[in-house]
Structure formats: structure tokens, C-alpha cells
Design a protein around this ligand. Structure first.
Ligand SMILES: *Cc1c(COP(=O)(O)O)cnc(C)c1O
Length: 341
């Protein structure tokens, strides 16, 4: 076993072709056993369902090397559950959950030399995805699907420490009340691209989306859930049927309760109360937590007391505890780390 010769700390968040990926096909009503392959190119019909009507779902998770040299994956069973739910919502045949976890582990094992070393700040990002692969021209679900998992090393999300970001309240909607906001589907991202490009042009890092029906409640950003810390140190996180159930956010809720002894509230959060919170953060696999310093609401600024220089103190504790668990420095709750043997 020899790690690849990569400048791990200089890696960005980009794709790099690694040695092996998993591929399984669904045909004649069933999934085949799947294979591990070196082939990274896909050949399919010009009329494939995914190319016409965007029938595709995906997942994202990370593998890490821990302080004691083990390679672990963070809670892949929850990604298996979520992809199962995503597939059902788009009328796709869900990939069996136990086989999902098994295949994720095999992909990490087969690319073990690509798992960045402990302390580099880099991680191995794992991307499972599934799409309709046979020709579909009349609007209906495909009959054949491909499920794939590749892995690619990604650099530390924050180079030189996590700096608070400035975000804006978006005038676009991310998800309809009874739509697809709660599943991890490519279509939710395609329609958010215009809004994020506009926000970036205006100098903001992310969009805060409000609920589409009333535009009074906080939902999420394009790819991360919100957490807020109250002035009396409670963790508050929005509850809504149209936000994606982030595994990072759910893990942070457990960390807050069981490791830091905090009170945790998952409830509707009105935009009007946001100005009263002490800290704000965005959570997702990529960054774990990005601290938010300011929210711009049509020119009116909400500046959190935690400021623009560093993470708020409670956000920092949550971040340090969760990353400590992921890297094996702090004991993990039962079942959180899947060890690659
Ligand atoms: C993936 C994703 C998240 C973050 O979920 P994690 O499981 O924590 O990575 C949040 N919001 C959206 C819209 C997402 O697609």
C-alpha cells in the first residue's frame, strides 16, 4: 500500500479520475451483481431517460484516514436510506441498502491509495448516483438504470481556516411545498444554477432560500442546511418537508445534545427571528460547517455577533467535536464510522 503522490493540501474540490469505480445495471426488472471497473467513460443511447427528462439521483459522502491509521466512512447507511427514498420519489428502482453500503466500502478499498493521509485536511469524496439509461421519448420512467459509485480525493474545504461568508436572501425558490426539495436529485441543482451564478456576480457566497408558499420561513441554501445558535446557546434548525435531510445537520444535532449538553430545537424558523440569533452556519458533507457572518436581505444586513473574522464559539465547538469524531480523535457514537477492513 502506497499513497498516491499528490500534494494533498493543495487539492481543490474537483474531480480526479481514480483507479476503480462500481457499476451495476438494472434490466428486466432486477439489479445485476455489479462490477468494479477501471473504465470511467459511459456509452449510452442518445435518447437515454436521464438525457431527456433528467431522471437521476445522487449521494455524497466522505472517507477519511483517522488519527490511528484506520480508513473510515462516515455514516454510509444514512446515505443508503436517503438514496433509496430519492429513487422512489423519481419512480426509479431503489438500489438495495445493504448492497449500497457494501459497494461504497469496496470502492474505498479499491482506491485506498487515494484516501488522503490523516492531518492533510483532504478527504476522499464518494459519489454514488443512478440514472435512467434506456431510450425514453414519451414522458415516463425509464425501464433500465445504471447505478455507479466513483471516488475522488478533495482538498480541505477551508484553506487557512474557516472564514465566515456573506449570503443573500434569494428571490428565487428552491423547492415547492410538495415538490422534490427533500430528495437528492440533480434536477434540484440544475434549477439552482441561475440563482447561484447571480448571487456570485453580486458578491455573495450562497443563497438563503425561503419557503416558496409564504416566503416567511427559512429553508436552506442550494446545498446545505442551516443551523442557528440562540443567545442562550440553544441549537435551532429549520424543519420543513421541502428541505434535504442533511446527514451532517442530523449528526450536529446529536453532537449538540449528547456531547455538548445543548438544547436542540428542530422547528419552523421564521426569517423575522433570524436577526436575534447569535451564530449561523451552513452544514453539509463538503464543508461540515461554513460559518455565516452576514445575511443580506434586499440591501438590509443582518450581522451576527460572531462577526466576520472567525466561527462563532458554539459553531466552533460543534465543528471541532464532529470533525474530531470523524477523524477518530473523539469517540464516535455507535455505528457512525464504517471501518474499511
Ligand atoms: C446534500 C445536500 C445537503 C447536505 O447534506 P449532507 O448529507 O450533510 O451532505 C443539504 N442540502 C442539499 C440541498 C443537499 O443536496
Amino acid at each position: 500500500m502506497a499513497k498516491k503522490n499528490i500534494e494533498w493540501d493543495k487539492l481543490g474540490f474537483g474531480y480526479m479520475k481514480t483507479d476503480k469505480r462500481f457499476v451495476s445495471n438494472f434490466k428486466d426488472g432486477k439489479w445485476d451483481d455489479g462490477v468494479m471497473t477501471g473504465e470511467d467513460m459511459i456509452t449510452m443511447s442518445e435518447c437515454a431517460g436521464v438525457l431527456q427528462y433528467s431522471q437521476s439521483v445522487f449521494e455524497g459522502m466522505k472517507a477519511y484516514e483517522t488519527v490511528d491509521g484506520r480508513t473510515v466512512i462516515f455514516r454510509p447507511d444514512l446515505n443508503a436510506d436517503r438514496m433509496y427514498d430519492s429513487a422512489l420519489r423519481l419512480e426509479m428502482p431503489p438500489f438495495p441498502k445493504d448492497k449500497f453500503v457494501e459497494a461504497v466500502c469496496s470502492v474505498v478499498k479499491e482506491n485506498i491509495d487515494w484516501v488522503p493521509p490523516y492531518g492533510s485536511g483532504a478527504t476522499l469524496y464518494i459519489r454514488p448516483y443512478m440514472f435512467g439509461s434506456n431510450p425514453v421519448i414519451g414522458v415516463k420512467p425509464a425501464d433500465e438504470y445504471q447505478f455507479r459509485i466513483f471516488a475522488t480525493p478533495v482538498g480541505p474545504y477551508f484553506k487557512g481556516g474557516a472564514k465566515p461568508i456573506v449570503i443573500k436572501v434569494s428571490d428565487f425558490d428552491r423547492a415547492a411545498p410538495n415538490g422534490t426539495g427533500h430528495i437528492k436529485a440533480g434536477l434540484n441543482y440544475a434549477m439552482s444554477l441561475h440563482a447561484i451564478v447571480k448571487a456570485h456576480e453580486e458578491g455573495f457566497s450562497e443563497n438563503m432560500y425561503l419557503d416558496a408558499a409564504t416566503r416567511t420561513k427559512v429553508e436552506e441554501t442550494g446545498g446545505a442546511n442551516f443551523i442557528f445558535i440562540t443567545k442562550d446557546n440553544k441549537l435551532v434548525t429549520p424543519k420543513s418537508k421541502s428541505i434535504l435531510p442533511s446527514i451532517t445537520r442530523r449528526s450536529i444535532m446529536t453532537v449538540a445534545k449528547d456531547y455538548l449538553g445543548m438544547e436542540v430545537e428542530e422547528r419552523e424558523v421564521y426569517f423575522d427571528e433570524v436577526k436575534d440569533f447569535a451564530e449561523c452556519g451552513l452544514c453539509g458533507t463538503a464543508a461540515v460547517i461554513s460559518p455565516v457572518g452576514k445575511i443580506n436581505d434586499h440591501g438590509k444586513e443582518i450581522a451576527f455577533p460572531s462577526g466576520m473574522d472567525e466561527m462563532g464559539p458554539t459553531t466552533k465547538k460543534l465543528y471541532d467535536t464532529l470533525t474530531g469524531i470523524q477523524m477518530g480523535r473523539i469517540e464516535a457514537p455507535e455505528g457512525w464510522l464504517k471501518v474499511i477492513e
